[in-house]
Design a protein around this ligand. Sequence first.
Ligand SMILES: [Zn+2]
Length: 252
Amino acid sequence: MSYQVYALRYAEKDLKECQFFFREASQAPLTLHYYLWVILGGPHPLVVDTGFAAAEAQRREARKWVSPAEMLARVGVKAAEVPVTLISHLHWDHWGGRGFFPGSQFWVQREELAFWTGVGGQYEVFRMFAIPESLAELVRLNYAGRVRLVEGEVEVLPGVTAHWVGGHTAGLQIVSVPTARGRVVLTSDASHYYRNIERRDPVQIVTSLPQMLRGFDRIDELAGASRLVVVGHDPEVARRFDEVEPGIVRIA
Ligand SMILES: [Zn+2]
């Protein structure tokens, strides 16, 4: 099976390098791009992450917000009809847009659910990255049969696999996709920028630094010779791959 993969940019935000990279003193500006990803060519479209809703864009001062559902529509996918959405992790910018997917089952690592409905709520350093209402909703969805808890490595579509790496969050998972160009690895926030993986340079937002570093190794192992690594928030994604229309980056 050979799949097509797109990164869809739906918002941007400006920060400084010292607010983001581990032990970084530089005040240089840093722009985050917000993406979700879609895998086409299988028995049904597979979406990776949900983005966030308009209210959250305002609260967190993200600009150029476009509805993730609108971005999916531009590649021919109706968000309301997507049957499976794989959730890399439960931070606000990856799980806040669950409402765009009323027909989806959400695949989440067991450890991720346990962390954010438990320890994550106990400390401000973690709380600031979550939306409590969205986590409460996750409990309701779970009781409605719409959450699939996965553990470790799992096949999501034929040949498409999700892999627990942890590090940035307790149950962070990355995705490996066979394509005509070779194997694509969607790292989500296992590597926010190319700088992270290419210099083994972590970010400040971690639950385990050793896991984050090991995650970089895992990404390299999965990508192998193809080097088709799609990181989570780097504007560089649109330059390394093909931005076919504003916000729509064709990976393979
Ligand atoms: Zn993120």
